[in-house]
Design a protein around this ligand. Structure first.
Ligand SMILES: Nc1nc2c(c(=O)[nH]1)N[C@@H](CN(C=O)c1ccc(C(=O)N[C@@H](CCC(=O)O)C(=O)O)cc1)CN2
Length: 287
């Protein structure tokens, strides 16, 4: 059994990205990311600060815009437009969730698809489903795939069971594994007899947001178990969707919370921003 160390895997990917960024800089190309935070939700704030810090560490250009919770939808859309028109910015990210008076889909659809490094724009979702190599893939699912690939386990032909069907994680994660020729089952709140499904999994992805919903009895011996849940308990501790200590002896590979999938998310955002910068440069050269 191995516990997959997301921090270490993310660090190795960042080292590779730092080298690529140095090369891009020599060609006069500095990847730039604009991050927009609306309101002051503490977890969101810490994620955007970590994004900005990581940009700086890798030698990228970054702009953090903090807007009040009360900002109007139109003002937020204007802010996005200004980054759409900013030549120094390759990637734009609006931290989610947003206040309820702002339409998430309007915000996402205002970001230019070629700067949508979160991969949430319908054009990027469509490109991902079509297997287009120029699709931005959402960061957490991309991090999950990278972690599973790092195990060296074959994905093709395996049964992947995804528990959770969010647009951010569950749906794109299933789609990514389908493209790797896995057989994919999606489970959700209306799934009857969840354990019957999860026991079929060679690779089990838990992305529900409910502490310890995946118990030892729901995992088959030798499974790869990926826990995407980041649940804050009343005692302040973080816990995943998987009952880690009970499932660990049964799994072949398992991710912890914290320190598993979470740290991969920000690193894959950096990866997408570097890609955005390279792709935009190529498009400019053609025109
Ligand atoms: N526009 C976006 N909004 C959100 C995304 C996203 O990808 N794009 N994902 C999440 C939040 N998120 C990044 O934005 C994120 C979540 C968790 C972690 C992480 O490193 N988690 C740590 C624990 C951190 C803690 O102590 O709270 C871990 O699991 O080890 C990084 C980024 C929703 N919004």
């Amino acid at each position: 059994m191995t516990v997959l160390d997301g921090k270490q895997i993310a660090k190795e990917i960042r080292e590779q990205l730092a080298r690529e960024i140095q090369e891009l800089k020599l060609e006069g190309n500095v990847p730039g990311l604009a991050v927009i935070l609306v309101g002051d939700h503490p977890a969101s704030r810490s994620y955007v600060l970590a994004k900005e810090r990581t940009c700086k560490e890798l030698g990228m250009h970054s702009v953090l815009t903090e807007l009040p919770e009360s900002i109007s939808e139109n003002d937020l859309l204007d802010c996005i437009q200004s980054f759409n028109n900013d030549e120094q910015i390759d990637g734009i990210l609006v931290q989610l969730p947003l206040p309820s008076h702002i339409s998430e889909s309007k915000v996402i659809e205002t970001i230019l698809p070629e700067k949508d490094v979160d991969g949430f724009h319908p054009i990027n979702i469509g490109r991902m489903h079509a297997g287009d190599e120029h699709a931005f893939i959402p960061c957490t699912p991309l991090g999950i795939l990278e972690m599973v690939k790092q195990t060296g386990e074959e994905i093709s032909g395996k049964h992947v069971v995804v528990v959770g069907r969010s647009n951010l994680v569950g749906k794109p994660a299933g789609q990514l594994f389908l493209q790797e020729n896995a057989t994919v089952t999606f489970c959700h709140s209306r799934t009857k007899n969840l354990a019957e499904q999860t026991l079929q999994a060679d690779i089990l992805i838990a992305a529900v947001g409910k502490p310890n919903i995946i118990t030892e009895a729901m995992v088959s011996p030798g499974a790869v178990v990926i826990d995407v849940g980041v649940n804050r308990l009343e005692n302040g501790k973080l816990c995943g969707d998987v009952d880690f200590e009970a499932v660990k002896p049964k799994a072949k590979h398992i991710t912890p919370v914290p320190g598993g999938v979470g740290p991969m998310t920000i690193t894959m955002l950096m990866n997408n921003t570097v890609l955005a910068s390279k792709w935009r440069k190529k498009t400019k050269e053609v025109h």
